[in-house]
Design a protein around this ligand. Structure first.
Ligand code: 13P
Length: 241
């Protein structure tokens, strides 16, 4: 295990209400008391809780992110949507873009690219999700898919921009199944080989069924800069793996 700072990003998806704020108190306490500062915690709750999270976390080292944005940078007639400027104005620092749960709903490369450009224009940090489906993996298309997602999603983005890539194999999300370290390391290396040519400042995370049961094994992969955690991040006990 290296000494580098590892990211723990909690993606709460469509879970949580005002009562859930209680559960982050332990995490705030933990991050304050911990002598090791080798971690960075970011909470991405649903939109309805963003303001409360920003407020609750403002005196801590923990930061807040959103789970998606509309692709348009400008304000406009888009009922039910939120743009990057609105999040920035609220004090949000990060945004997840390209999550497979949104790609499945029809979000395409072009929209994802527009969202990333808009987020960068608003000075939000982008957590860009990529990953292959089980079918693509079985057909040995993983590299082709990952490269296509990266090249299209990050088109036109300056080398100096900071990018967090979250590798989330679709077949691993919410299934309890995690790639073995050999496969994961191979895919992370492949992602790094592309990203390192495009950006000076980048992080590569893993997401998909991360839990206290597999974190020790995953931590053995030095190339990883941290985790994007879904289900397990709901409980403060499990997030502090
Ligand atoms: P799980 O950790 O629940 O598998 O979800 C992963 C994920 O989709 C995080 O963005």
């Amino acid at each position: 295990m290296t000494n580098k700072i590892r990211y723990f990003i909690a993606n709460w998806k469509m879970y949580g209400d005002l009562g859930s704020l209680k559960s982050i108190k332990n995490v705030i306490k933990f991050s304050r008391l911990s002598k090791s500062k080798k971690f960075k915690i970011i909470y991405c709750p649903p939109y309805t809780l963003l303001s409360d999270f920003v407020d609750t976390l403002k005196k801590s080292s923990i930061e807040t992110g959103a789970q998606n944005i509309h692709e348009n940078y400008d304000f406009g007639a888009h009922t039910g949507f939120i743009n990057s400027k609105m999040l920035k104005n609220l004090g949000v620092k990060y945004v997840i873009i390209g999550h497979s749960e949104n790609r499945t709903l029809g979000e395409d490369h072009k929209q994802i690219n527009k969202k990333i450009l808009s987020a960068i224009k608003s000075k939000l940090n982008v957590i860009f999700c990529i990953g292959e489906t089980s079918f693509q993996r079985k057909n040995k298309k993983t590299n082709i898919i990952l490269k296509k997602q990266i090249m299209n999603g990050l088109k036109g983005i300056g080398k100096k921009c900071k990018i967090i890539v979250a590798y989330e194999p679709v077949w691993s999300i919410g299934t309890g199944v995690v790639p073995n370290n050999l496969e994961l390391e191979k895919n992370i290396k492949f992602i790094k080989s592309i990203i390192s040519k495009k950006f000076n400042n980048y992080k590569i995370l893993y997401g998909g069924s991360v839990s206290p049961n597999n974190i020790k094994k995953l931590n053995m992969i030095d190339l990883l800069d941290g985790y994007l955690i879904g289900g397990a991040s709901q409980s403060s006990k499990n997030l502090l793996i």
